[in-house]
Ligand binder design. Structure first.
Ligand SMILES: [Zn+2]
Length: 456
């Protein structure tokens, strides 16, 4: 960008105050970009830092220790006993979340979210009442919601997928994630009894082990009811630190996000990794650019297939010799480690729920008639004080430069966008940033069944 050397400015400009006008007017056109570090220019909020300190490994441990006492939490297990089976487990979770709601003056809205769902993996394909337990922390704008799920059902699927009576402790899968989500509901309700800008939904889902039945129902319900899902995280397998081959890692978590590279999910993964670096810099994040582990999945997928940003946040080391077996017991869960994953979750939930929504209808067009530069436009986002344009090369895993562009809704990028990704994000008055919306826009991705149908 051309800048006037200071000595060339007319003296009259000094007298009239127009000294600043010329460089600033140009600056709106092409301000100097700033290189980004791993925090991607996200603000550190002392209130959120305090929220993260509230997260207690002992609380997570206490919740998980109760969950395993229900013997089995198989989705098709007994629902009438007060001490054993998934019915007893969900009534206990409902009561626990309701107690947090009572303690914050009713700030949490706790509900059962039932759905009659066919279990197509079962030989007889029975229809089962799959019941999620939801705790809502309503925002000032209740049409937008940030979601976190843990699945409270368990199984010994490696032995018999439909053994509904034997013990299936599921202490790690997914007692750990469920207990983390319960703890997040506790600390958010305590710290934010009046809610944030947008709603936060703490969702304990069932039917995961039979094919993501509860989370699919929840994702579809939220869309049918007109909610905008700002982001979804699945906490599944969050407490194991030692693998069967002897490798251990208690200082790294994994974040899975699906293709394409400009998808909303990948953007949420970048955001989560940047917030992790901002708030918990000594806890490492291994970003995996894949929707989930090979041939396996969990509860973020139904959200992703409806176009929402969705990621899996999970342990670095899995114990495949214990998963889905009676050996998935309490003593193998490292609750300090689970708490660290929950802190990254908390930073994402609180920041996304505090930030303005991302700008809508972001478009990029070549500047006519033959220009190498591109005009990027967007619709204003409610609550946005300003916007930033982000730029990265197509081979860079994350954003490389940020350009503050003021409070307008267009920007001329003097670059060959053919060779780059660009993104636009909203900035709130308090400095919280939304997810970036990338241009060119991603094509919607299809669930595997539709993709398979395309190949036929
Ligand atoms: Zn699981």
């Amino acid at each position: 960008m051309a800048r006037f050397p200071r000595s060339f400015l007319p003296l009259a400009a000094l007298a009239t105050g127009s000294l600043l006008a010329t460089p600033l007017a140009r600056a709106q056109h092409a301000p100097a970009p700033r290189p980004l570090d791993a925090r991607l220019g996200l603000a550190r909020d002392p209130g959120i830092a305090a929220l993260l300190r509230d997260i207690s490994p002992a609380q997570i441990r206490a919740t998980d220790s109760t969950l395993v006492t229900f013997g089995t939490r198989h989705t098709m297990s007994d629902t009438t006993s007060s001490t054993r089976g998934i019915g007893a487990a969900r009534r206990w979770l409902f009561a626990k979340l309701s107690a947090y709601g009572a303690a914050c003056g009713g700030c949490l809205k706790v509900e059962y979210d039932p759905a009659m769902v066919e279990v197509s993996r079962h030989p007889q394909k029975p229809t089962v009442n799959v019941v999620n337990v939801l705790a809502w922390l309503p925002g000032r704008d209740t049409t937008r919601v940030v979601v976190i799920t843990g699945h409270y059902d368990s199984c010994i699927c490696a032995v018999d997928p439909f053994d509904v009576t034997s013990d299936a402790p599921g202490a790690d899968d997914d007692g750990s994630g469920t207990s983390a989500v319960v703890e997040l509901a506790r600390v958010f309700s305590k710290r934010y009894p009046k809610g944030l800008s947008h709603s936060v939904l703490f969702a304990l889902v069932a039917g995961e082990e039979q094919g993501l039945l509860g989370s699919r129902h929840l994702a579809e319900r939220l869309h049918q009811q007109g909610y905008t899902v700002l982001g979804d995280m699945s906490d599944d397998l969050d407490g194991n630190v030692s693998a069967d081959n002897g490798r251990t890692d208690s200082t790294t978590m994994r974040i899975y996000s699906g293709d394409p590279d400009n998808s909303p999910s990948r953007e949420l993964a970048r955001y989560a990794a940047a917030l992790g670096r901002t708030y918990t810099p000594s806890f490492n994040i291994l970003s995996v650019f894949r929707i989930d582990r090979i041939g396996r999945g969990t509860d973020h997928e139904p959200f992703v297939f409806l176009g929402d940003p969705g990621i899996r946040t999970t342990e670095r080391m899995e114990a495949l010799d214990r998963q889905h077996r009676p050996a998935d017991t309490f003593e193998h869960v490292n609750f300090a480690y689970t708490a660290n994953i929950a802190r990254v979750n908390a930073a994402v939930l609180a920041t996304l729920a505090s930030a303005p929504p991302p700008p809508d209808s972001v478009r990029a067009r070549r500047v006519a008639p033959y220009g190498q530069s591109w005009n990027i436009t967007w619709n204003p986002a409610p609550g946005a004080a300003s916007y930033e344009v982000l730029v990265r090369s197509t081979t860079s895993p994350t954003w490389e430069r940020v350009i503050p562009v003021g409070n307008g809704t267009s920007y001329e990028l003097d670059e060959q966008l053919d060779d780059l990704w660009a993104g636009v994000r909203s900035v709130g008055a308090d400095g919280h940033r939304s997810l970036a919306v990338t241009v060119p826009q991603p094509r919607p991705i299809r669930p595997p069944s539709a993709a398979a149908a395309m190949r036929r």
